[in-house]
Every structure is written in C-alpha cells, then in structure tokens.
Design a protein around this ligand. Sequence first.
Ligand SMILES: Nc1ncnc2c1ncn2[C@@H]1O[C@H](COP(=O)(O)OP(=O)(O)OP(=O)(O)O)[C@@H](O)[C@H]1O
Ligand SMILES: [Mg+2]
Length: 276
Amino acid sequence: MAQPFQTRGIGKRNLTKAITVHSFKGGTGKSNLSANTAFALAKRGWNIALLDFDFRAPSLNALFQMNGTKYYINDWLAGRCELHEVLIDLSTQFHTKGQFQVGFTNPSGAAINEMTVHSLNEEWQARVLQLVLDGKNLLFERYGINFQIFDTSPGFALSSINAILAADELILVIKMDQLDIVGTQHLIKGVYNQTLGKRPELIINKVPCNMLQTPEDYLKLKNRLSNKLGIEVISIIPCFCEVLENMSSSLFIEKQPDHQFSQSIAKLASHFESAN
Ligand SMILES: Nc1ncnc2c1ncn2[C@@H]1O[C@H](COP(=O)(O)OP(=O)(O)OP(=O)(O)O)[C@@H](O)[C@H]1O
Ligand SMILES: [Mg+2]
C-alpha cells in the first residue's frame, strides 16, 4: 500500500542530481525510461523522487496504477499543498533499498484545463520556476533525495522548460524517425543552446532491430546522430515487442529484469550514478 512521504535515513547520501527527460516528439519513451530508471536507482539504494511534469498528458498514474491521491503536483504548484504532501512513498510496495517517492499529476480534464490556462500566464510560470528550484533544494537538503527525475511533456510546453531549467543533467529521447531527428535538431539549436544555454545528452530509443545487428551498427548510429545533433549519445535502445506488449501497465524492469531492455536501463542507471 502506498505511503505518504516520510523522511527515512536510508540511501546513499553523497550525490544529488536533478535529471530532466524531454523530447521533441511525443511517444519516444520518456515516461517508461524515467520510471524504470528511477526504480533501478532506488533498488541500488539511492533515494529517488520521480516527478510527473507532463501536465498535458499525465502518464505516471497509469504506469503505477495509482487511482487517485490526496494531492497532485498540480496542487503544489497552485499553492494548495506542500511538496512533501504530493510525494507517495512506493519503497515498500516495490521493495527498494532507497526511497522511491513519486509525485503524480492530476489526469482529470479539469486539472489539465487549469494547467493549460495557467501556462499562458507569465507570472504563474515565473512563480512555478521558483517553486521548482526551491523544491529541488528542499528534496536534496531536507529529505535526503539523491536523484530527482522529471518526466516532461514533449515539445515546447512551458512546464517542461521549467523542468529543463532546474536540471543538472538533461536527457533528450529520440526515435529513429526523420521528423523527430529534424525537430530535435531545431530544439537543440534554437531552444537548448541559444535560449536556455543547456547542453543535453541523447538517448536513441525504439530503434528497429534490423538497424542494430552488430556492435558496429551501434557505433555507426551513435556517431551519425552525435555528429548530426552535436551532442553525446548515452544510450541506444532497440524497439522490443515485449516492451510494447507490457502496454506501460507496470515497470518492465521489475517484471523482466534479465531482458535486454532492462539491461539498457541498468546501464543508464550506472551512467547517472557516475556522470558529474
Ligand atoms: N525500447 C522500446 N521498445 C518498444 N516499445 C517501447 C520502447 N520504449 C518505449 N516503448 C513504448 O512506446 C510507447 C510510448 O512510451 P512512453 O509513453 O514512455 O513515451 P513518452 O515519450 O513518455 O510519450 P509522451 O510524449 O506521450 O509522454 C509505450 O507504448 C511504450 O511501451
Ligand atoms: Mg510520457
């Protein structure tokens, strides 16, 4: 049974990092990658806060089968509750060594509408950015969280920009699709580099298996996209029918820890543990 947020003296304490997972196009795998990596890190003993910052199409509630909670991230941003009241402790349910805290976003039509209206208001956005930055410090300093992981909306949503601004490590997830590659190129040059002054890293996800038959294929694809987009490729993940068949109804890595997808997630977790 999910528990409300409690401070617990577990987890390793020598590393803090906010990771924001974003993309140009929708459906690249952000929510599944964020949730599975968060779980993998919590299993290894890190204290995790996974935050659903996709206010247009909230997903983590469905992935964790969470049918309602007292407070959502929407309520925190609107000043109706404190950040710690939003977080649900899933550590017991998922048998993780570190804290596994998840902040859900309200999937109701009324809540999505409320956030859409607010998102057009510059004052609201500035206040939200300050809340996110203050919340980041609070989670690290008072609650002993090691990794905050923001799962965001694709494209230019302002709430995603706030999560991008709060990030210590920024991840763009891309599919092998020309529309996505070209759009991502514009996103990196026009928004990340010029406007936000941020340098993301790339995950190439859902790559057709026949493009990845040999280790050389991985290397060639890595170099090709790295050169084209001017950023480092940190992971290449094939498209697996088993992941699609899971229908985002649970944490894939928990159900099939030995699968190649789960091994890719484990490598990503190692990357986040080691990269500065
Ligand atoms: N490596 C993979 N192989 C096969 N299917 C995958 C893989 N990664 C993700 N998927 C599937 O792709 C679909 C989209 O994934 P997900 O919802 O995580 O993407 P998203 O980027 O969060 O989407 P949105 O932009 O709408 O929030 C899901 O059905 C998921 O199971
Ligand atoms: Mg998503």
